[in-house]
Every structure is written in structure tokens, then in C-alpha cells.
Design a protein around this ligand. Structure first.
Ligand SMILES: *Cc1c(COP(=O)(O)O)cnc(C)c1O
Length: 479
């Protein structure tokens, strides 16, 4: 267990040197009101600088990080985030801006944001973007408010949203929060949607269909064009959950597939270190007919190349976040897009898809892949065969921690029993993927020969297996 600073303390050690005060003590006692004067010793730990530094460096390493190892957490796109993006977003001219500064003094920032909006339109095939929402789920919620405002403006009463059972839990949650009723639709055996089933659900009260493409099983909806066509014939809008955009950049565009609006998780696809709930950014893109409903302010450029905030949108849904969005994440995404360019982004997606297929092609020899032998940027395996050894997917995940790997996403999507969802991302080398395969195969062998090793895992981590419900509800954050 990590020692406390007080336990590391040794009398007489110091880690600082400051000049003697040149204010006489008598003056100090006169200057500082009696009630603020310290009456007893402060009792701070006494530590040398190296001891202190080692302590905090050790603490920083208790967190698992992309910077130290492979992070195959499916659906979360834990790719390597080039520190250059961090550097650019913290340039003094950007970092020191204040949201209350006059528009004339933040033209550079507005230009960067405007350019990113245009680039996102190009990447996604949309007509307009807002960078305001703070995360993917917040983007979904914003998108659903736009859908509601659109139908209200047309005096159409549509209160239902179709959501497949493979969707991320945030989809039905956002739809419910925006006041819609959820119409769930079951996916077929191979994880994709049946055009026939969708057609049967498309009644006059359906506002939108919320789809993730490729879906959470990493499979492309092969009937998407027909599905879009059927939805549009019914006056229903198509919402694209863009959390999986890392599979498609430069290959196809949601707008070209028929989607009317979408969100992007900038922190996933466009490279911001995230985890534990943040930081995020979930821009929303829309096609022309939905533009009037976007949040305010929009960023506009006039014919003198000046940028300004436009608050005058009579049909806007209003503001969805303080100020203009999560600017540091927006800046990192802008740096990422500019540094990769058109070809680089396409290569990124291609490599993400190749890496996932490479892993799938080997791992499916030992664990079933219910959605088939091909995938996009991620895939789902089932740990079901191990259940006969009394081993669950949870135990496999815990044992991976013992070998220094982060675990894949487990028990999601809900439609695969004992699911293990793996997303290697484009930034891993073949050698890193091979290491992961070696360890996962070793764990499967252990499951068959010595299941106790998995049941009692992890043993090599700072804390062993936690009661996860208690840990979430009543976390012990100090000792
Ligand atoms: C991550 C994710 C979301 C939610 O995004 P957040 O930024 O975590 O709110 C929605 N849908 C899918 C498919 C995701 O992977």
C-alpha cells in the first residue's frame, strides 16, 4: 500500500529553499489581525525534494494510462493522443483567453472554431455544425431537442424514436430525457437491422430513427440506404450516433448515407485523453432543413473576413452549454484534423479497421464472434464457452489487469452473452496486438486448467477485486 506523506516524513528534511523574510516579525504581528495569526505549529511533513517527487510520480502511475499500455476498451476509442495537440491547445494566446472578452479580440479562436466546423461538415457530409455540446450524450440530447423543434415548427405530432437493442445506453436515455417514447427494435442474428422490421415500425408518430453505424458490434448496416429511404418516405428523420466515426473517416459519410443529423465524440475520434467521465465535446451536425434550430450562438464570417457570434436565430433551441463549448477539447480536435489532413484521416480509419480485423481473425479461434468474421473498427467476442469452467467474462477482464493490460469493455452490447468488446484503434503496432493475443490465450488456458487464478484476480494491482457496486456508490478516496 502507498505510504502517506506523513509516514515518509523525517525530521529535518526539506525540499524547498526560500529567502529569509525581510519583514520584521513585530511588523507581521501588527499587520495580520490577531484572529488570523497561527497559534501552534503547522505540523507539515518534512521531506526532501526527491522523496516528494517520487511519491507523486508513484501516485500518478497508479492510474492506468494510454501513455503506458494498450487500452482495448471497446466503444471508447482509447487511441494514442499526440501531445502536440495538448501543446497547441495550451499556447498562451489560446489558453489565456477569457470567455467574456470582446469578439474583436478573439478572432483567432473564432477562426479556428469556424474552420473546424467546416472541416467536420466535409468529413461527415453535413451542412452545419455546432461545437457547443459537452459530450456524446449531451450531443444526442441536443440533437433530439432539434428534432422536437423541427416537428413542432411543422405542427407534426411525432413522439416516438426507434432505437435498436444494440444501441449505446445513452441513446434511449437521451430520447427519454427529451420527452420522446422509445420504440426498441431487435437486431438480427448477425447484429444488423432488418429493413422489414423497421418498415413495420415506421408509423406517422415516429419522429426519428437513432442508429450507430457501424453498430456497437462493429458491423456495418448493409441496408442503410433502404432504411434511410423508408424513414424519409415516412417523414421520419435519421439520427447518426457518431461515436464510431473512427471506422469511417474518408471512406463514407453519414450525410451521404442519408442521415439528417449526428453527433461526433471529439474526445474519441479526434483525440483528447478521456476517461472517468471527461473531458469531452460532442458537436452536432445537421442538414440544411435543421439549421434554423441549432443552438446559439453560431459562429459566422462576414465578407470582410471578420468572425462574430450570431444570436439572432428565431427558431433556435437556445443555449445548451455555458459559453461556446469545451474549448480546449475543440482546439485539440482542430490540431488533430489539421495535422492529419484528408489523407491522414482516411488512413486513420483504414488502420483502425485493419487492426480490429487482425485481432478478430486470431481471437475468434478461441472465443466465438457472434457477429461474424469481419468487422469495422471493433468487434465483440463471447466468453460463454468458459462458463463451463465456472469462469465469467468478468474474471477474464480482471485477470488481464494482472498481466498489465486494461480490460476490454464487458457485458456490452447487451445482446451478446458474456460479451467482450475489443477496440484496438489505429495507433497500436502489430507487436502490441500480438502481445495482447498471447496473454488472452494464456488466460483462456488458465481458465481451463486453473480457474482459481481468474476467480481471485487481480493480485498484481494496487487494490485487488473490488465490490463494484459499493466502489461506485461509496468510494473510499483516502486512507
Ligand atoms: C461513448 C458513446 C456514447 C456516449 O458518448 P459520451 O461522450 O460518453 O457521452 C454514445 N454512443 C456510443 C456508441 C458510444 O460509444
Amino acid at each position: 500500500m502507498e505510504k502517506l506523506l506523513n509516514e515518509l516524513s523525517h525530521q529535518g528534511q526539506t525540499g524547498y529553499s526560500v529567502p529569509e523574510t525581510d519583514v520584521p516579525e513585530k511588523d507581521l504581528t501588527e499587520l495580520i489581525p490577531e484572529k488570523y495569526q497561527r497559534k501552534s505549529e503547522l505540523n507539515l511533513p518534512e521531506l526532501s525534494e526527491p522523496v516528494l517527487r517520487r511519491h507523486f510520480t508513484r501516485l500518478s502511475q497508479l492510474n492506468y494510462a494510454q501513455s503506458t499500455n494498450f487500452y482495448p476498451l471497446g466503444s471508447c476509442t482509447m487511441k494514442y493522443n499526440p501531445p502536440i495537440n495538448e501543446k497547441i491547445s495550451s499556447l498562451p494566446g489560446l489558453k489565456n483567453l477569457h470567455p467574456y472578452q470582446p469578439q474583436g479580440t478573439v478572432q483567432g479562436l473564432l477562426e479556428i472554431m469556424h474552420t473546424l466546423e467546416k472541416n467536420l461538415c466535409e468529413i461527415c457530409g453535413m451542412d452545419s455544425f455546432t461545437l457547443q455540446p459537452a459530450a456524446g450524450a449531451h450531443g444526442e440530447f441536443t440533437g433530439l431537442l432539434i428534432i422536437r423543434a423541427y416537428f413542432n415548427s411543422r405542427n407534426e405530432k411525432r413522439h416516438k424514436i426507434i432505437v435498436p437493442d444494440s444501441a449505446h445506453g445513452t441513446n434511449p436515455a437521451s430520447a427519454a430525457l427529451a420527452g420522446f417514447e422509445i420504440l426498441p427494435v431487435k437486431s438480427e442474428q448477425n447484429g444488423i437491422l432488418s429493413l422489414q422490421k423497421i418498415k413495420e415500425l415506421l408509423t406517422q408518430d415516429v419522429a426519428a430513427l437513432m442508429l450507430t453505424v457501424p453498430n456497437t458490434l462493429g458491423v456495418f448496416e448493409k441496408d442503410i440506404l433502404e432504411i434511410a429511404d423508408a424513414a424519409h418516405k415516412n417523414g421520419t428523420l435519421l439520427y447518426y450516433d457518431g461515436a464510431n466515426l473512427n471506422a469511417l473517416m474518408g471512406i463514407t459519410r453519414p450525410g451521404d448515407l442519408g442521415f439528417d443529423l449526428m453527433h461526433i465524440n471529439l474526445h474519441k475520434t479526434f483525440s483528447t485523453p478521456h476517461g472517468g467521465g471527461g473531458p469531452g465535446s460532442g458537436p452536432i451536425g445537421v442538414k440544411k432543413p435543421l439549421e434554423p434550430f441549432l443552438p446559439v450562438p453560431g459562429i459566422e464570417k462576414n465578407n470582410k473576413n471578420e468572425f462574430r457570434f450570431n444570436y439572432e436565430k428565431p427558431q433556435t433551441i437556445g443555449k445548451v452549454r455555458s459559453f461556446y463549448g469545451n474549448v480546449p477539447v475543440i482546439l485539440k480536435a482542430a490540431a488533430y484534423v489539421e495535422s492529419l489532413g484528408r489523407e491522414g484521416l482516411k488512413k486513420t480509419s483504414e488502420q483502425a479497421v485493419i487492426n480490429a480485423n487482425y485481432l478478430l481473425s486470431i481471437l475468434k479461434e478461441k472465443l466465438p464472434a457472434p457477429a461474424g468474421n469481419r468487422c469495422f473498427h471493433e468487434f465483440v467476442l463471447s466468453g460463454k464457452p468458459l462458463v463451463e469452467n465456472n469462469v465469467r467474462t468478468l474474471d477474464v477482464a480482471k485477470r488481464l489487469l494482472d498481466y498489465g493490460f486494461y480490460a476490454p469493455t464487458i457485458y456490452f452490447p447487451l445482446i451478446v452473452e458474456e460479451a467482450l468488446m475489443i477496440e484496438p484503434t489505429e495507433t497500436e503496432t502489430k507487436a502490441a496486438l500480438d502481445d495482447f493475443v498471447k496473454i488472452l490465450f494464456k488466460i483462456i488456458e488458465e481458465a481451463q486448467n486453473d480457474p482459481g487464478l481468474l476467480k481471485n484476480a487481480p493480485q498484481n494491482t494496487p487494490v485487488s477485486r473490488l465490490n463494484e457496486v459499493e466502489a461506485a456508490r461509496k468510494p473510499i478516496l483516502h486512507w
